[in-house]
Design a binder for this molecule. Structure first.
Ligand code: JFZ
Length: 575
């Protein structure tokens, strides 16, 4: 590591302080793509709407004509910032230039920008920066540094030969100078959000990093450099899981889940698949319970307005946060390592050494009692966060049982608060026998490892938790540790989606060299069709055991895995 890279972690805590408190931010995708809004010449163009130029293979000169009609009369920076504040968001990240190459700011290095190429002649980056500064919300910028389908040499344009050029020259004459303009012309910039680092070697990334010093407080995401070259340079300040929430967060790293409101980043007229307010709030709470931030995207319409559905939903979230902000802002990941069907927990360390534990209840059990397995500290007191109604919490055999008052019908998520005398040490909660005497290994029980770009990830919650990104066989590892109550033979099955594999073998490697391997052939199933497959029979010894799951495949399509189920087999007495 070079000297410069060594310095970054030293002041990172200082730079990250506001961000770690913030928990909730607004992503804004806006550009020329917002005008066609998913439709080109009367035809709906698939994929993300902001990719329309690429997907419809629109020639550069033709696409550039959109700039003549770029006149976002309803882009009101103060109103956007006000909405973000009402939503309880603490920062905003705007697409200063997306892959289409059109800059939403005055640029001296390219006239393809909203000031020089459009009738509106407005610097939207400047307008938003000023509005953020007025109310004290943190201002951040997304910049597509590698892909640029307009400027010659920019990566990603395979359809228009007139755009061909030298990539390094593009970096030196457009991308790096524009980042310099962004960091130099708009006052404090808190976040720089790079994206799709195609061809981005350590040396090329270095040219951008040299400019970062213009903003000493700048937080940079992890998408400046390609995965394979990241080891040689700084990995950035933040991990950026996109449209999913990693089951256990990103241990040891600051992270931010960015998510679409519907199924596009850019505005698409036909996409009304808005996530419900409740889903968004659960996502926020789920992310907070794992120590991350939620960057929720709004795709502005071509005229610069916020879709009303989004505004209404954001205000409801803000309304809830107004009463429950204590359980989200500035909290840390909850202490529980396993899923809890009733909801999620966050915690706050108090100066006197006590700990406030926040229980976000999104699925109240019929009994009104939720259990906190493995928690061996007797709570000093308990109450509901929004009403102050007392809550009783008592030590049980398994941990602590919390008796909730009746559901508060007015709240999307009820929050119970427990004051604990100290830091809760949670005993590791291993998979246990279910009612049928089986051992069920959930994705949430798995220890996952692998190289950065081929690491298994767990998506989905509770019963739908799924291990995905199981691509390059032999590079990833999935291991389960659990207690076997009784030695003997166990039938091993797995809930898998194997799609149209030519051939796939799945092995579970047990202790003492025991293995079960089963080969599957193309089944004609869809990629997301899960079914339970029998892998075979394995002899297990009693006590703590580790099992490893592996697969070999002849196709690069990923495999999806949910539960592994071990069923005891009664051995017949020898005759
Ligand atoms: C990128 C962009 O291409 C997209 O338009 C949007 O801006 C989004 C936030 O970022 O899309 C990506 C980038 C990375 C992955 C997937 C889509 N990824 O790592 O899977």
């Amino acid at each position: 590591m070079s000297d410069t890279n060594e310095k970054i972690p030293l002041n990172r805590d200082k730079r990250m302080a506001w961000w770690r408190e913030a928990r909730f931010g607004m992503f804004i995708h806006f550009g020329l793509f917002s005008i066609p809004a998913g439709e080109w010449k009367g035809r709906e163009i698939g994929s993300y709407s902001e990719w329309i130029m690429n997907k419809a293979e629109i020639p550069v000169a033709e696409y550039a004509l959109l700039a003549d009609g770029f006149d976002p009369r309803s882009f009101d920076a103060d109103a956007i910032v006000c909405l973000a504040r009402e939503a309880g968001m603490r920062y905003i990240v705007l697409t200063a230039k997306h892959h289409e190459g059109f800059a939403l700011f005055r640029s001296r290095v390219s006239a393809f920008n909203s000031v020089d190429a459009s009738p509106c002649a407005r610097d939207l980056v400047g307008e938003l920066a000023a509005a953020c500064a007025r109310v004290g919300i943190r201002f951040g910028l997304y910049y597509s540094h590698s892909q640029d389908w307009h400027h010659p040499g920019g990566a990603g344009n395979f359809w228009d030969p007139s755009q061909q050029g030298d990539y390094d020259a593009y970096l030196d004459t457009v991308a790096v100078p524009q980042v310099r303009e962004l960091l130099g012309n708009y006052g404090p910039v808190s976040v720089l959000w790079y994206d799709t680092p195609r061809f981005m070697t350590a040396e090329r990334a270095g040219r951008f990093q040299a400019v970062h010093a213009m903003q000493p407080e700048l937080i940079v995401n992890n998408r400046l450099v390609s995965f394979d070259t990241r080891a040689a340079v700084t990995p950035g300040d933040t991990e950026t899981p996109e449209n999913f929430i990693p089951a256990n967060g990103c241990p040891g790293r600051d992270w931010e889940s960015c998510m679409t409101f519907n199924d596009n980043w850019g505005y698409r007229k036909s996409d009304l698949n808005w996530k419900s307010t409740e889903t968004l709030l659960r996502n926020l709470v789920d992310i907070a319970s794992k120590g991350g931030n939620f960057l929720l995207n709004v795709g502005l319409r071509g005229d610069g307005s916020v879709p009303e559905e989004n505004a209404a939903s954001l205000r409801s979230i803000g309304d809830w946060l107004g009463r429950h902000g204590d359980s989200v802002y500035g909290t840390q990941a909850g202490p529980f390592t396993r899923r809890m069907e009733w909801g999620r927990a966050t915690q706050r360390l108090n100066p006197d050494g006590s700990v406030t534990l926040y229980l976000h209840v999104w699925q109240r059990p019929e009994t009104g009692v939720i259990s906190l397995p493995g928690l061996r500290l007797e709570p000093l007191s308990g109450r509901m966060l929004s009403t102050g109604i007392p809550v009783t919490a008592v030590l049980s055999e398994a941990g602590v049982d919390v008796v909730l008052p009746a559901k508060n019908g007015g709240e999307l998520i009820d929050v119970a608060v427990l004051e604990l005398p100290g830091i809760p040490e949670i005993e590791p909660d291993r998979p246990q026998l279910d009612e049928l005497g089986r051992i069920v290994l959930s994705p949430l029980d798995a220890e996952l490892s692998g190289p950065d770009d081929a690491k298994p990830v767990v998506t989905g919650v509770d019963g739908n938790a799924t291990i995905s990104n199981l691509t390059r066989s032999g590079e990833w590892r999935v291991i389960y540790n659990f207690e076997v109550p009784e030695g003997g033979l166990w039938l091993v099955s797995a809930e898998l989606a194997i799609g149209a594999y030519q051939r796939l073998s799945v092995s579970l490697l047990g202790p003492h060299g025991t293995t079960v391997t089963t080969a599957f052939n193309a089944s004609g199933e869809g990629m997301d069709d899960f079914s339970i497959k029998e892998l075979g029979v394995m002899r297990l010894h009693p006590g703590l055991q580790a099992l490893e799951f592996r697969s070999e495949m002849t196709d690069l399509r990923p495999l999806l895995a949910r539960r592994f189920i071990l069923t005891p087999i009664r051995e017949r007495p020898a005759s």
